[in-house]
Design a binder for this molecule. Sequence first.
Ligand code: SF4
Length: 303
Amino acid sequence: MGRPYRRCELCPRACRANREAGERGFCGEGAALRLASASLHRGEEPPVTGEGGSGTIFVTGCSLGCVFCQNRQISRERMGRAVGTDEFAGICLALQHAGAENINLVTGTHAAPALRLGVERARARGLRIPVCWNSSAYEAPASLAEAEAFADWYLPDLKTLDPRIAGRLFGAPDYPQAARDAVLRMTQARPGRVIVRHLILPGLLDSTREVLRWFAERLAGRALLSLMTQYTPVSGIDAGAPPRPLSPAEYDQALTWLSEFGIEEGFCQERPSGAPDRDWLPDFSRPNPFPSSLSTPVWHWGQ
Ligand code: SF4
């Protein structure tokens, strides 16, 4: 793909920033691949975590703008450092050596070309484990084409199909159309190797119902659903983010819709119990951004 960072259209924002020349678009990133951390992560879905943990690599920058983002330090505040292709490959191999079940690339849409080069270099140097493309699904054809060159599994979000919610909470009213297109393309590229994640937003259950209905109609049998209940209010409340965690009644409501729409295969986080579990919230300024029960660090931007 030519020079993808020259007039960047890697995500639907299509900023056309000349990232080669140092310009930065909405995602905040130039042409260099920058990472925040790499670790064995044990908080993913069971087949992703496996026995050894998922080799999770957090990419700095993000093309979406979720007002309640829990990874704000890296998505908006640019925490991380540049790594070259060889160093990236070395990080992948270190994760494999540490026992990772897979390489799990988190939110790499805006860096897809560099990640493709890095994975190809890692494979040439002995990487054997599968690679997962863990994405917001706010993707454009350009980034999807890059990911298709190397991704074995897809872990896309499907945050909402309501343009008003997408505009207000994610800064992207075009998210629903882009995400629908992206998820359908992923299931065509890797049938049966897609796990669609939906985080239930407290107080916005109609949005969850619409996502579940669409999943049942368009993806059942070709993808697994992962229903997530871990929403924790930390920021963005002034901007309209839900100010509270999910209630047990809302959780039960979502489960009834799984039955109503016949969604039987997939994963569901446990019922929320009272106060939000802030242990899940990462701090990327620490060598291990997550609690040690969840994560074993292998690489950190500050090292
Ligand atoms: S990846 Fe970044 S620079 Fe490129 S179009 Fe998206 S927000 Fe703009």
